[in-house]
Write a protein that binds this ligand. Sequence first.
Ligand code: URA
Length: 203
Amino acid sequence: RSRDDIGGNAGVAWEGVRAEAMACTRCPLYRDGTQTVFGEGPLDAPLMFVGEQPGDQEDLAGRPFIGPAGQLFDRALGEAGIDRSAAYVTNAVKHFKFERRGKRRIHAKPDGGEIDACRWWLDQERSLLRPQITVALGATAARSLFGRVVTISSMRGQAQQARDGGETWVTVHPSFLLRVRDNKEEEYARFVEDLVQIGKRLE
Ligand code: URA
């Protein structure tokens, strides 16, 4: 079902929160980014994916995970039998943080202050959606959801509990899979396996 099908209070509240987030000045990142990139997907989705922050293409388009990492993510979801349109996809940090190198904008990692400031919006998305399962894609998402620094390796492969109590799984970020040189295919296969395991929890 789409957001329009649900309509009603949840849809109205979500639209209101999104509109507020578009004007966010809670941290300095709004100054350089093109726009706030809010989450998207059905409000009754049982599954919420949380990434790090929008990249260059997401910043321009205003939609999460549509660039190279998003394409790899879509492929992995497809292989795991999960329909992206049935999931709500968002980011821990909703503005693109970057450094300029000539004409290029190079991704810069959000710091703890930026993650904490932006958690305000993730918390609102979470309390509106209350997804059955949340997936942290990478360490920034995990830090936001657990409220502390965690390692992927210590949390991967089993259900965890987020700060707000929701069942949460931790896996790597798709851009790690684009970057990694050693055992690239194995790492990708392991990511798909994580998604398969998560998908089974929904059945
Ligand atoms: N990487 C992310 O973490 N999120 C996006 O939306 C795109 C790339």
